[in-house]
Design a protein around this ligand. Structure first.
Ligand code: ZN
Length: 136
């Protein structure tokens, strides 16, 4: 049995910092992140596609643009949250540290919940560093 896969690339910008981290990532800073959304299947639809690229873009880019793009992604226990909220800064609060791994998982779970049967999410946090998340 063969297997088909498609991948859609989505760019977005975000800021973050890591709690309890002994390095420069403990300070507020930002990334031009590049997201890769992968979908695979054993069979194609009637049009000969895994899924229309436009459909991935609409769902995935739509959610990312609305919730993560140009926002500060922070651990919900980060003490700086209160200060940034007072200054009306756009935030997205996470259960754990906003690492590329946890952001990948967040996006994976969110897109699956929105009905996109993705097989893997990869987040290039820098041009040379990428985290990936997948589930069965
Ligand atoms: Zn960073």
């Amino acid at each position: 049995m063969g297997n088909y896969a498609v991948k859609k690339v989505i760019d977005f910008c975000y800021g973050h910092r890591l709690l309890d981290y002994d390095g420069k990532c403990r300070y507020l800073h930002g990334h031009n992140g590049q997201l890769e959304i992968e979908i695979d299947t054993g069979t194609l639809d009637a049009l000969g596609m895994v899924i229309d690229f436009g459909e991935i873009r609409e769902i995935a880019k739509g959610w990312v643009d609305e919730h993560l793009d140009h926002k500060m992604l922070l651990h919900r226990d980060d003490p700086i949250v209160k200060v940034l909220q007072e200054w009306d800064q756009p935030l997205y609060l996470m259960e754990g540290n906003p690492t590329a791994e946890n952001i990948s998982k967040l996006i994976f779970r969110q897109l699956r919940a929105m009905g996109l049967h993705i097989s893997r999410v990869s987040l290039w946090e820098t041009p040379t560093g990428c985290a990936m998340y997948s589930e069965d």
